[in-house]
Design a protein around this ligand. Structure first.
Ligand code: IPM
Ligand code: MN
Length: 352
């Protein structure tokens, strides 16, 4: 029987609660589809940091590299200054494990939960491939004359041909495998960011023309992209973009698919250790109340199984989630689902 070692980081806030439901559903999938998942839990997060004053042990990345996949709940603690845990755990793991893709599907499961008028599930079904190791996120830059009237702050966007090209190639391959409209849209800002997106645009057309003639190439400025998300989301199949723009447009993407309760993503190193997470954050005000929606974490588990090659099991989880969303839930928002966190996990596991 196939067996996979999974590292689990429940993390902060509601992270551990939703990860528990994801594991419940994953376990149901292993029974039905005859494979095994072995979990090793790590306590990285705000509570550990407050106790030990260490954000992440230096050995963490080396240890996590032994796993094909990590399931992550949430990082972010109200008693820790913003940035410390996000940069010290989440971004550090994304970088050190070279998870250079952030894959964020935007798929509406039930029109009742779409804030856009007259949009149906068939209209909101696309995937954002966000570059995850470069751009404005590398920390390049600095201050000059900090704290004085002459202060200068520089934050540089790093775009390497190698980094951009591997992201584009992943996006082209993904569009091909997805096999829907076979259209890849580069979302950028070629009219202003005339260096960074010049490189992106040239690489996009060179790689596309040479190796992916079957994929239609399209371009949209990032500001216009947000407009189309609201007006014509059905125009998109797969979108590829840089780290910062990808961060911004995927929050909007999450809202049009029904909110943070359902949105999941994968930080992917196609040849290494990938990390799957609900993208909604730690939601401290809902911690421990059993009201948070676990579906985003369950969908993160689905993405993880797909990455591991357990495609049938992944599809079965999605089908189960769709059934529960359509037939049971009153809302996808915390506290309004009509069920508790564990009951939603039970419903999906039973639907499997
Ligand atoms: C996300 C988050 C992170 C990001 C933060 C928490 C560092 O917003 O995963 O989208 O900006 O990438
Ligand atoms: Mn974000």
């Amino acid at each position: 029987m196939k067996s996979y070692d999974i590292a689990v980081i429940g993390g902060d806030g509601t992270g551990p609660e939703v990860v528990q439901e994801a594991i419940k559903v994953l376990e149901a999938a292993t029974r039905k589809f005859s494979f095994r998942l072995n979990y090793t839990h790590y306590d990285f997060g705000g509570a550990r940091y407050l106790r030990t004053h260490e954000v992440l042990p230096d050995s963490a990345a080396a240890e996590l590299r032994k796993f094909p996949a990590i399931l992550l709940g949430a990082i972010g603690h109200p008693e820790v200054k913003p940035g410390i845990l996000e940069k010290g755990i989440l971004l550090r793991l994304r970088f050190e494990l070279e998870q250079y893709i952030n894959l964020r599907p935007v798929k509406l499961y039930d029109e009742r939960f779409c804030p856009l008028k007259d949009k149906k599930p068939a209209d909101v079904d696309f995937v954002v491939v966000r570059e995850n190791n470069e751009g404005l996120y590398t920390g390049a830059g600095g201050f000059v004359f900090k704290g004085t009237a002459n202060e200068v702050a520089v934050q540089e966007s790093i775009n390497t041909r190698r980094g951009v090209e591997r992201c584009l190639r992943y996006a082209f391959e993904y569009t091909r495998r997805r096999n829907k409209a076979k259209k890849l849209t580069l979302s950028g800002k070629t009219n202003v960011l005339t260096y960074a997106f010049d490189l992106w645009e040239r690489a996009f057309h060179e790689v596309g023309a040479r190796d992916y003639p079957d994929i239609t190439r399209d371009y949209a400025h990032v500001d216009a992209t947000t407009m189309w998300f609201v007006k014509n989301p059905e125009w998109f199949d797969v979108i590829v973009t840089d780290n910062m723009f990808g961060d911004i447009i995927t929050d909007l993407g999450a809202m049009i698919q029904g909110g943070m309760g359902i949105a999941a993503g994968g930080n992917i190193n196609p040849a290494g250790t990938s990390m799957f997470e609900p993208i909604g954050g730690s939601a401290p005000k809902y911690t421990g109340q059993g009201v948070i929606n676990p579906l985003a974490a369950i969908c993160a588990g689905q993405l993880m199984l797909d990455f591991l090659g357990e495609r049938t099991a992944a599809e079965a989880i999605e089908t189960a989630v769709i059934g529960v969303v359509r037939q049971k839930l009153k809302s996808l928002a915390a506290g309004k689902m009509g069920y508790s966190t564990t009951q939603v996990g039970d419903l999906v596991a039973a639907a499997l």
